[in-house]
Write a protein that binds this ligand. Structure first.
Ligand SMILES: *Cc1c(COP(=O)(O)O)cnc(C)c1O
Length: 421
C-alpha cells in the first residue's frame, strides 16, 4: 500500500503536497475500476480539464484563494464535536467508546457539497476561463451549492433536474432561482437524477467551448473522481488534525454514508495509509436488501459502466440499470464512485447498509440526544455508528461524518411518521 511510482506518488495518489492526487499520464483507473468511457465529442473537454487539474499542483495563488473562500465564505474548518449524548445512550455504559461528529452540516448551504462546487467553480473562473457552468442535481443539494458558488464568482449557471424531482424539491428549485441559476426540468426516462446527468452531458457536448460541467460526486469519467475527491479531502485533513490535537491519537473507526461517495472519500482519503484506522461506508438499504428495493451497490456483485466510469452498479439480469430506492434522495443512485469499488475489493474499507427504518430511527435519536437534526443521508451513517457503539471497546474512537443538516428533510420525515400538519 505504500508502493511509490516514478513521480513520487503512492498508490493512492497522495504526494508530498497532498492536494492534487493525479499526475501526467494518469488514466484515472482505480485497479480494475474508473477510467473514461465517453463519446468522442467530450474527449477534448476532458483532456483540457485533466491538464488544468494537473497544473494545480504547486499553484499557490489558486489554493490561497480557495482556502480564503473556504474559511471566510464557507466557514471552514468545520468543528469536530464530541457527542456525549450519543455515547451515553448508544455505548455500553462504562465501556462506551468516544463518538465525534465532523460537522459538515455547519458548512455554508448545510452540507459538504459546497467544498466541491466552490473548488470547481473557482477552477472554471480562474483556470479554464469558462463563464458558463452546468450541473445536475437530484434532491437539489448539489444544485444549490453550485448555484451558490456561481453567484459568488459571477458565473452563469444552468442546473438540470428531473421533472419528478423538481416537484418533490420545489423549495430547492426556488432557492436556485433566487441565486440566479436557471433550472431545467428534465422530462425523459424516469425523470430523476440519472436522466438529469444524461441531459447535462448532452449540454456539455454542445457547449464545451465556454462551459464547465460541475459533477456533484466522485463519479463520471476521469478526472472527475479524483478532482472531486481532492476538493472533498479537506474534510479528512481537518478531522485528522483536530483529533490529533484533542485526543493525541488517530481514530479507531471512521463512518460515513455513501451515495456517489464524495463525503465518505473526503473523510477517508487522508487516513487510507493509516492501517489502524478502520473505515466503514454505509449505503442505503432501503426496504431491505432482500426486497430488491435499495441502493446498496456492494450488496450485489455486479460491475458495469454508467456515466463514463466502470464500477459497481445495480442492474437487472439483462444488464439494464435498475430503479433504486431510498428514503434519502442523496443516496438513491445506481452506481458508486470507482475509488470505493477499489477500496472495497482491496478490503481497505468495509461497506455496510442501513435500512430506511434504521435511518429514520437514527434521525430522530440524533436530534433528541444531541440537538443536531441530521440529513437523512447522514442518518444512515449514524445508524451504523449506533450498531458499532453497542459492541465497541472503551478505547475506541469513532468519527462520524455529519455530512449535512436535516432541515431539508423534516417535511418528508413528518409525512412518513404520520405527523404531517
Ligand atoms: C448528496 C449528499 C450525500 C451523498 O453524496 P456523497 O457524494 O456520497 O457524499 C450525503 N449526505 C448529504 C448531506 C448530501 O447532501
Amino acid at each position: 500500500m505504500t508502493e511509490r511510482s516514478a513521480n513520487g506518488q503512492n498508490a493512492h495518489g497522495q504526494n508530498a503536497h497532498g492536494r492534487v492526487g493525479t499526475h501526467p499520464g494518469d488514466t484515472g483507473h482505480f485497479g480494475a475500476f474508473g477510467g473514461s468511457f465517453i463519446p468522442e465529442t467530450l474527449s477534448a473537454a476532458l483532456d483540457e480539464l485533466r491538464a488544468c487539474y494537473e497544473s494545480l499542483e504547486g499553484d499557490e495563488e489558486f489554493w490561497c484563494e480557495l482556502d480564503d473562500l473556504l474559511a471566510n465564505f464557507v466557514g471552514r474548518p468545520t468543528p469536530l464535536y464530541r457527542a456525549i449524548g450519543l455515547e451515553r445512550s448508544w455505548g455500553a455504559g462504562v465501556g462506551s467508546p468516544k463518538i465525534y461528529l465532523k460537522r459538515e452540516d455547519l458548512a455554508h448551504t448545510g452540507a459538504h457539497k459546497i467544498n466541491n462546487s466552490l473548488g470547481q467553480a473557482l477552477l472554471a473562473a480562474r483556470k479554464l476561463g469558462k463563464k458558463r457552468i452546468i450541473a445536475e442535481t437530484g434532491a437539489g443539494q448539489h444544485g444549490v451549492a453550485t448555484a451558490t458558488a456561481c453567484a459568488l464568482l459571477g458565473l452563469d449557471c444552468v442546473v438540470y433536474m428531473g421533472l419528478e424531482d423538481t416537484h418533490r424539491q420545489a423549495l430547492n428549485v426556488f432557492r436556485m432561482r433566487l441565486l440566479g441559476a436557471e433550472v431545467v426540468a428534465v422530462d425523459s426516462g424516469s425523470k430523476t437524477l440519472k436522466d438529469a446527468i444524461n441531459e447535462a452531458m448532452r449540454d456539455w457536448v454542445t457547449n464545451v467551448d465556454d462551459t464547465h460541467y460541475i459533477l456533484g460526486s466522485v463519479l463520471g469519467p476521469h478526472p472527475f473522481p479524483k478532482l472531486v475527491r481532492d476538493f472533498q479531502s479537506v474534510i479528512g485533513r481537518e478531522a485528522r488534525a483536530a483529533i490529533l490535537e484533542r485526543e493525541g491519537r488517530l481514530p479507531t473507526h471512521l463512518v460515513a454514508c455513501v451515495g456517489g461517495g464524495s463525503n465518505s472519500i473526503g473523510l477517508f482519503h487522508p487516513f487510507v495509509q493509516d492501517e489502524g484506522v478502520a473505515m466503514i461506508g454505509v449505503e442505503a438499504g432501503g426496504e431491505g436488501i432482500a426486497s430488491g428495493r435499495h441502493a446498496a451497490r456492494f450488496a450485489e456483485d455486479r460491475v458495469g459502466v454508467l456515466h463514463g466510469t466502470r464500477t459497481y452498479v445495480l442492474e437487472d439480469e439483462h444488464g439494464q440499470i435498475r430503479e433504486t430506492h431510498s428514503v434519502s434522495a442523496g443516496l438513491d443512485y445506481p452506481a458508486v464512485g470507482p475509488e470505493h469499488a477499489m477500496l472495497h475489493d482491496m478490503g481497505r474499507v468495509e461497506y455496510h447498509s442501513a435500512t430506511d427504518a434504521e435511518a429514520l430511527e437514527a434521525f430522530q435519536e440524533c436530534s433528541r440526544l444531541t440537538g443536531i437534526i441530521p440529513a437523512l443521508e447522514t442518518a444512515h451513517a449514524l445508524a451504523e455508528a449506533k450498531k458499532l457503539a453497542a459492541c465497541a471497546h472503551s478505547d475506541d474512537l469513532i468519527i462520524v461524518n455529519l455530512s449535512g443538516r436535516g432541515d431539508k428533510d423534516v417535511q418528508s420525515v413528518s409525512r412518513i411518521l404520520g405527523e404531517a400538519p
